[in-house]
Design a protein around this ligand. Structure first.
Ligand SMILES: [Zn+2]
Length: 173
């Protein structure tokens, strides 16, 4: 049975009852993530993140949360500074309070509870921040003609420079 998603959970209790939760988080609740989004559009406030996850134990008897989230973020294209829609759907699987030995042997990350409690908003926000590209760009590389003319050329000539230097060495040798 799925319960309605809320913010905080007592890990031991939820793992014991195999708690399963489902619901939406408003993007406006996630302030750190907000700094990565396109600043202009007021529509941003109404966006939501659909989340579902459950508490389980892994083979080492460590509590885990496993679930998925789905949303669409509005980023700022670094070429034209206009909004760029990025649909995101990702699965997450995290141990809770796993010790260092276990972390070394496992490919699964851990989160640390706050005295036995976790905040799913923080977990979802961290996952989304990790999934957001540092530099977002429209697929169409001509979204800003001015950028093509001014910013791309210096990069191209900089790349050619080492060869030019080599050529010079060869001819003067
Ligand atoms: Zn663009």
């Amino acid at each position: 049975m799925r319960d309605k998603l809320r913010r905080g959970y007592q890990v031991h209790k939820e793992v014991t009852r195999n708690g399963y939760f489902e619901g939406d988080i408003a993007l406006s609740e996630l302030a750190r993530l907000g700094e990565l989004l396109h600043p202009g559009e007021g529509e941003q406030e109404e966006r939501k993140i659909a989340v579902e996850f459950e508490f389980v134990r892994n083979e080492y008897d460590i509590p885990m949360i496993t679930g998925q989230l789905q949303t669409s973020l509005e980023l700022e294209c670094q070429r034209c500074l206009k909004p760029l829609d990025m649909p995101l759907q990702l699965d997450f699987q995290l141990m809770i309070d796993a010790d260092d030995d276990l972390l070394r042997d496992s490919s699964v990350d851990t989160i640390y509870s706050d005295d036995g409690f976790i905040d799913i908003f923080d977990v979802v926000e961290d996952e989304l921040i990790l999934a957001t590209p540092l530099v977002a760009l429209h697929e169409d590389s001509s979204c800003n003609e001015h950028w093509q003319a001014s910013a791309e050329e210096p990069e191209a000539t900089a790349k050619e420079n080492p060869f030019a230097v080599l050529q010079q060495l060869k001819t003067t040798d």
